[in-house]
Design a protein around this ligand. Sequence first.
Ligand code: FES
Ligand code: FE2
Length: 387
Amino acid sequence: MNYIGEDEVIVVRDRKNTINVLVNSCSHRGNTVCRAELGTTNSFLCSYHGWNFNLDGTLLAAPGEEAFYRGELNKSDWGLMRAAKVESYRGFVFATMDANAPALADYLGWVGRLGIDFIASRGEVEFLDGVHKNRIKCNWKIAVDNLYDWYHVKVSHGTAMRVGFVSEEAMAPMSQMVLLGEYGHGIGGPGISEAELAAFDARMANGGDGDAQWFDLFASRRVDPKVRAELGPVGTRSFGHPNIFPNLWVSITQQVCLRIPRGPFETELWWFNYLIKDAPESQRRQAIFAQNHVFGPAGLLEQDDGENWSHSTRGARGPIGRMRPLNLSMGRGRDQVSADPSGQSRIETVVNEHGQRWTYQSWQEWMLADSWQELIASHSQPPTGVV
Ligand code: FES
Ligand SMILES: [Fe+2]
């Protein structure tokens, strides 16, 4: 079970191994036909009046077809609604309700694909059963804004630093790299030099550095020629946070997080956790610790962030407060997009708000377009030159 916007969808493999994305709404009275987060089933039996749907969404049977419907129920007209397109990239399944949406690879572009390549390049991964879920009383966009925000760290997470939960070195790097992609995708955060990568690799060769061993392992993989070829010369040096527009965050904590809007003033966060299959047990345990304690319902950092997101939403929603444009000026007009022969253009700079401006600009373009055709024709290309 998952969501596309405010619609619940069921993502299910049928007996032919095809992945179906079905709207979780019975065609009789709209009841949800699947209540499970995950699992296996032979069919979806509606709990209200018993209509029974196949794994591909077709209606198999309805009680009283002869006696009550007098043989006039045309079952082929009453299957579950299906997503218009379902495609996957490196095992991640995406669906859209609009047949006119671009092909997935075109939609993701190199920045969106790179965000997923970051996960795939860590080796074979296994996603763990269960989803950590929490609700925050904030607009979903402030949660997206925050993943590009390396300005808040020393203030919002000051306590976590002071008690030694996270290190200032890891949390507040000065050298930043921002990659901006079509349709609003972006990656923002630390940009690591080749010399620093080599240093992480050397440290890992000596067993890694205590609590930061997981990061040494992560960074040292980027020295592997196969991983370098996969990520490209610029992607190899990016340790930023990818956002697959609009609301899928690829977190460095071996998690991906969907930010699902529950109206304008509340967001539900769904945290999916994965482990690297061939990682030693100690590193698997470190990953599980991070998955439980950094973000998510019990996450120390997310409690810091969530409190500020909800109060940012609360403070800016009043009739007077909402009239004033907020300040999104950091670094504007002061940085340069550097091209690369590989096509991986990037901005290398200090802490900035390029990712946030790109997100809000893209969101506005999405909101103003009436259709995918219009958005395809009218959306901004990623910036070049001075930004
Ligand atoms: S609502 Fe599903 S069978 Fe009636
Ligand atoms: Fe934060």
